[in-house]
Ligand binder design. Structure first.
Ligand SMILES: Cc1ncc(COP(=O)(O)O)c(C=O)c1O
Length: 371
């Protein structure tokens, strides 16, 4: 009998468990007939700010817009320089570039894959205005070091927390360190909407007010437009369902962690595998469980043959994308980032995944390295 295929992720266990509650929340919006900038958004914004440990949250249309708004309210614009991770999803770079600023990429720490704080300082110039750390795969960057650099050079910090809802650094939640922070509620994220969604979190009331204005065409009051804002609002239906899901996020993150620990235990010492490493300070929420091996493509193929779906986050680093041709970057400019892109493989992991699915995936991997 062929074993049951293992998808990369499944929404079913999460969504089945909260089906009634989510549908009731959606029905309340449906019956109220108020779909944009209403009570459901306000309730979610308050709850998500409290979760992150900030005083304010401003819901926007997606994670990209959240980054654009966060950078805007921090005063970043044309001619400024932003320190960005070389190793990130291209959306981070796109949002930073959209401000008109120049991007200064920095290589990752070889163990965490996150931006290496020790290499940031050498890229700071008189034009540097901000650092944009990304908590990649669900693991917090070293925020102690990053905030210290920001204080030393008087820089803004905007966290990209799209992949790390609920993660902590030294006991503090990500999305609460920077002057303004961005997140995405893309469906596959640890806290995912039923469509697009995002938010800016900050404890600066003035910045929050600016974000609220900027996401809604720049209106400071009805019919009075202070600036050329954008239209990017988290809608009531998404906010309502996100409020329900937020109540389960900690439990779902615990499940992710349990599954990750099971993978770690089963895969330790296998072949040339490099497994995700955590530290005492970083509480990983395993948005993705990412391993590294020099035989990545062959391993991916072997898993696919057994019906096990994997993904690569991300095969082409931003600096080698055509979109950034203007910088003249070439292969070899960010060797560690390029090595990560060539060797990473994300294994199946989702809340509700069964331990025997982790066991079978691990067994196929172990057998691959034996042969
Ligand atoms: C690190 C990171 N930044 C930004 C984004 C952009 O978010 P969105 O797809 O909601 O625009 C994503 C997710 O897609 C992401 O993973």
């Amino acid at each position: 009998m062929t074993p049951e295929p293992i998808p990369f992720l499944s929404f079913s266990p999460q969504h089945n468990a909260i089906r009634q509650e989510a549908l009731e929340a959606l029905a309340r919006v449906y019956d109220k007939n108020w779909f944009i900038l209403g009570d459901a958004l306000k309730a979610f914004e308050d709850a998500y700010a409290a979760f992150c440990g900030t005083s304010r949250c401003v819901g926007v249309g997606n994670g990209y817009d959240a980054l654009v708004v966060a950078l805007k309210i921090c005063g970043i614009g044309k001619g400024d320089e932003i320190i960005v991770p070389a190793n990130t999803y291209v959306a981070t770079w796109h949002a930073a570039a959209q401000t008109g600023a120049i991007l200064r990429p920095v290589e990752p720490n070889p163990v965490t894959f996150n931006i290496d704080p020790q290499q940031i300082e050498q890229h700071i110039t008189s034009k540097t205005k901000a650092i944009l750390p990304v908590h990649l795969y669900g693991q917090a960057c070293n925020m102690t070091a990053i905030m210290a650099l920001a204080r030393k050079y008087n820089l803004m910090v905007v966290e990209d927390n799209a992949q790390a809802h609920g993660a902590t650094w030294a006991g503090q939640r990500t999305g609460s360190f920077g002057h303004a922070n961005a997140t995405s509620f893309y469906p596959t994220k640890n806290l995912g909407a039923l469509g697009d969604g995002g938010a800016v979190t900050t404890s600066d009331e003035t910045k929050a007010a600016l974000a609220r204005q900027f996401r809604n065409y720049g209106f400071e009051s009805k019919h009075v437009c202070a600036e050329k804002g954008i239209n990017s609002r988290l809608d009531e239906l998404q906010a309502a369902v996100l409020s329900v899901k937020l109540k389960y996020l900690t439990q779902w993150n615990e499940e992710r962690r349990g599954l990750a620990e099971s993978y770690l235990e089963k895969l330790r010492g296998v072949g040339d595998l490099m497994l995700p490493a955590t530290s005492a300070e970083a509480n990983h929420v395993y948005h993705l469980f990412v391993i590294r091996t020099a035989r990545r493509d062959k391993l991916k193929e072997a898993l696919a043959k057994e019906g096990i779906e994997t993904m690569v986050h991300y095969p082409i680093p931003p600096h080698l994308q055509q979109a950034y041709a203007e910088y003249g970057f070439k292969k070899g400019d960010f060797p560690l980032t390029e090595r990560v892109a060539d060797t990473v493989l994300s294994l199946p992991l989702w809340p509700g995944m069964r331990d025997e699915q982790v066991a079978r995936t691990s067994e196929v991997i172990r057998n691959f390295f034996v042969n």
